[in-house]
Design a binder for this molecule. Structure first.
Ligand code: ARG
Length: 465
């Protein structure tokens, strides 16, 4: 069946029908389409366009469609233009001519906006929960090794020593911002478009607030043309997914490195690694590589819809049908990657001595020493110069920081005092970084505790009781 046709002398060509049909992907929206249509039937009843009995029949038939659609074979062989047409055909099969009334005062342009909003609302809630689960796993991993000292890097060169929980909390903060972003996105998704008609507003005086309450939308859209033309909420969702994948890709890259033979800081569980078909010794971090790979794909989804929307004239254009596949893909990949990252995090074993030795053998203590000189009154630039010379001398003479004892240090430059040698141990310098946000042991313990509280507060706020 078609939802149009009166104006045409011939039907669409086979090529056009196949080219333009979207049912093979927008069938994903079937449950949203049914839910929105049930609410719309109730709105039509309130308008007196449907009797209560007719409305009841339609709502029941829609419910049957939703339950039949659980079966994946439900769509086999269907040649309908899109999910909206498919659902109405199914409705017609169930209630006959009554089905012809359901589209009174409604356009597919607003219906597709409604369906995508209903669908994305569930996706956003799922992503939010998965983000919080991953954040919980990162906190567990931090609590397993609360005192582990690791080198922090800039330019992938050892820079300054930090605590392992401090490193993990950096990712916790990224994912906490991602949660905020998803919640903000959810607020923009959660606005009822119904009542907008094709572009000019419905010709029937629906009480839009009532429909909004029926579908649990806290707000209604303010401009019908904006509804037909707008996909900002979809782009916001794609951007939120992209940012999550960006963060995940960096975590993945870190752990690919840290679990390599070159670093040997950690192992990943057997359950998240794969072997080689040829090289028997291999244990490859494919789970993390795939997360890193999926990030490119999700950025592509965002770029794809960005480019599709650019320069489109007001209001609806069929180009916009191309929004769905990137959205569905981005959700699937983001959700899959978050689930994977959590399982990987739960499998990590840290060999604390490896990063500790890496910190001790390198000059991650140099800044601590220079700052101690500055605290003793040496101007910082001079202090920097002296410690730089100490490093140069040590590198040229094969000396590690721990090879320097107090007296030898004091003999190297008059500004050094023997007791400053204690700072040549990486875990010592950290103690001067106790300000909020720093890697001082007390600051980190507090941040870790607060992170747990914040996560608990977030999950209570998000999860419906
Ligand atoms: N399948 C279309 C889409 O996803 C439905 C919207 C209305 N179609 C139309 N030709 N006005 O965008």
């Amino acid at each position: 069946m078609k939802l149009w046709g009166g104006r045409f002398e011939t039907g669409p060509s086979v090529v056009f029908e196949q080219f333009s049909g979207s049912l093979h992907f927008d069938k994903t929206l079937v449950f949203a389409d049914v839910e929105g249509s049930q609410a719309f039937a109730r709105a039509l009843a309130r308008q007196g366009i449907l009797t209560d009995e007719e409305c009841g029949k339609l709502v029941k038939a829609f419910a049957e469609i939703a339950s039949e659609a659980q079966n994946p074979t439900y769509f086999e062989g269907a040649g309908d233009e899109d999910i909206h047409t498919f659902v109405i055909r199914k409705l017609q099969e169930k209630v006959g001519g009554l089905a012809a009334k359901i589209h009174t005062g409604r356009s597919r342009n607003e219906q597709v906006s409604l369906d995508v909003r209903l669908y994305l609302r569930t996706c956003a809630e799922t992503v939010l929960e998965q983000l919080m689960e991953l954040m919980g796993s990162l906190l567990d991993l931090a609590h397993k090794y609360p005192d582990a000292v690791v080198p922090g890097y800039t330019h992938l060169r050892r820079a300054q020593a930090v605590l392992w929980p401090h490193y993990l909390l950096a990712y916790f903060e990224m994912f906490a911002r991602d949660c905020e972003r998803v919640q903000q996105t959810l607020a923009r998704i959660n606005v009822l478009p119904l009542g907008s008609g094709a572009l000019a507003g419905s010709g029937f005086p629906f009480d839009r607030s009532e429909i909004a309450a029926d579908l649990h939308f806290p707000a209604i859209t303010r401009n019908s043309m904006d509804v037909s033309g707008d996909r900002d909420f979809a782009l916001d969702f794609l951007y939120s997914c992209s940012m999550i994948l960006l963060h995940l890709s960096r975590l993945a890259e870190d752990w690919i490195l840290y679990s390599s033979e070159e670093f040997q800081w950690m192992t990943l569980g057997d359950g998240v690694t794969s072997g080689s078909s040829l090289m028997p010794q291999k244990k490859n971090p494919d789970s993390l590589e795939l997360i890193r790979g999926k990030s490119g794909r999700v950025f592509g989804d965002l770029t794809s819809l960005f480019v599709t929307m650019k320069g489109l004239p007001m209001t609806y254009n069929r180009d916009m049908q191309e929004d769905k596949e990137p959205l569905f893909d981005a959700f699937r990949q983001t959700s899959g990657s978050l689930a994977m990252a959590k399982v990987v995090a739960d499998s990590v074993v840290l060999y604390t001595s490896k990063p500790a030795i890496a910190a001790e053998e390198s000059w991650v203590v140099a800044t601590d020493l220079a700052e101690e000189l500055a605290r003793s009154g040496v101007p910082f630039h001079r202090a920097h110069q002296i410690v730089g010379q100490l490093v140069l001398y040590s590198v040229n003479n094969g000396k590690k920081p721990s090879d320097w004892k107090g007296e030898a240090l004091a003999a190297f430059a008059p500004e050094f005092k023997p007791e400053m040698a204690r700072l040549l141990t990486p875990s010592e310098g950290m103690k001067s970084r106790e300000l909020p946000g720093g890697t001082g042991p007390q600051a980190v313990a507090k941040a870790l505790q607060e992170a747990g509280q914040r996560l608990r507060a977030m999950s209570e706020h998000v999860r419906p009781v």
